[in-house]
Design a protein around this ligand. Structure first.
Ligand code: URA
Length: 237
């Protein structure tokens, strides 16, 4: 695809067009190894090798990132007061149009997908797709095994909202795993509240068949291949 150099670089990096023009002036941009003097030249995004500060930029229409969201940041693109998940992305992963696909509460940790592919996010979040999300909840006390049939029957929240059938599992200590295929506001916390438990910590560990990478530390992000990103639409076996 033929594209203007400054447009291409700003679409693939954290830099605005103005900043790209400055970077070109500062001799930070090369095309096929040669330092370029003008930001408005046309390049072929398939054939030319563009580099910024020596970092090669390969054209990607969309990107898909897996973040191990830490507690204390909000799932938004910007916020006046709070630190957002985009604020903690490493610079080299930042580019235009990124947003979190779905939300985790500020104090919830775990698997969050960040992308610039609106259709993908829409499909993932659509109630019709029934994408299952698995959470580990640490409760204020050891859960009773009767929570399993209660989740299965479909929990009625305190405000009368009826939840779909969900799967609960008792883990060690005061931990329980829950799998839900909806995304109501504070859903897991409210489901447990309806059964008389308080959720003290909540971590999302899987979406569809995509598991939180155990090599990631809290706060870290890595890129997913398009194939890995697609596994959110596959049922976990
Ligand atoms: N359910 C919740 O209560 N909080 C989350 O962050 C996600 C699911």
């Amino acid at each position: 695809m033929k594209e203007r150099l400054d447009k291409f670089i700003s679409s693939q990096t954290e830099l605005s067009r103005k900043e790209v023009q400055r970077a070109v002036k500062d001799k930070r941009v090369t095309v096929n190894g040669d330092t370029v003097k003008a930001a408005d030249i046309k390049i072929d995004t398939d054939a030319d090798t563009v580099a910024l500060d020596g970092r090669k930029l390969t054209y990607k229409k969309y990107v898909y990132y897996m973040m191990y969201k830490p507690s204390g940041v909000v799932s938004a693109t910007e916020d006046r007061e709070e630190k957002t998940v985009l604020d903690i992305l490493p610079d080299e992963l930042m580019r235009d149009g990124l947003f979190p696909a779905g939300r985790l509460d500020k104090d919830t940790t775990g698997l969050l997908i960040i992308t610039d592919d609106g259709d993908y996010a829409h499909r993932m979040l659509s109630p019709k797709k029934h994408v299952t999300k698995r959470y580990i909840a640490t409760l204020d006390r050891e859960p009773d095994s009767n929570i399993i049939p209660r989740f299965e029957e479909g929990i009625i929240l305190k405000d009368g909202t009826v939840c779909k059938s969900a799967k609960a599992e008792i883990l060690d200590g005061s931990n329980a795993a829950v799998e839900i295929s909806e995304g109501k506001y504070h859903q897991v916390k409210r489901m447990f509240a309806a059964l008389g438990y308080r959720v003290e910590a909540l971590k999302r560990v899987r979406i569809g068949s995509l598991e939180l990478d155990s090599a990631l530390k809290e706060g870290q992000t890595r890129e997913l291949s398009a194939e890995e990103a697609g596994t959110v639409f596959k049922d976990h076996k």
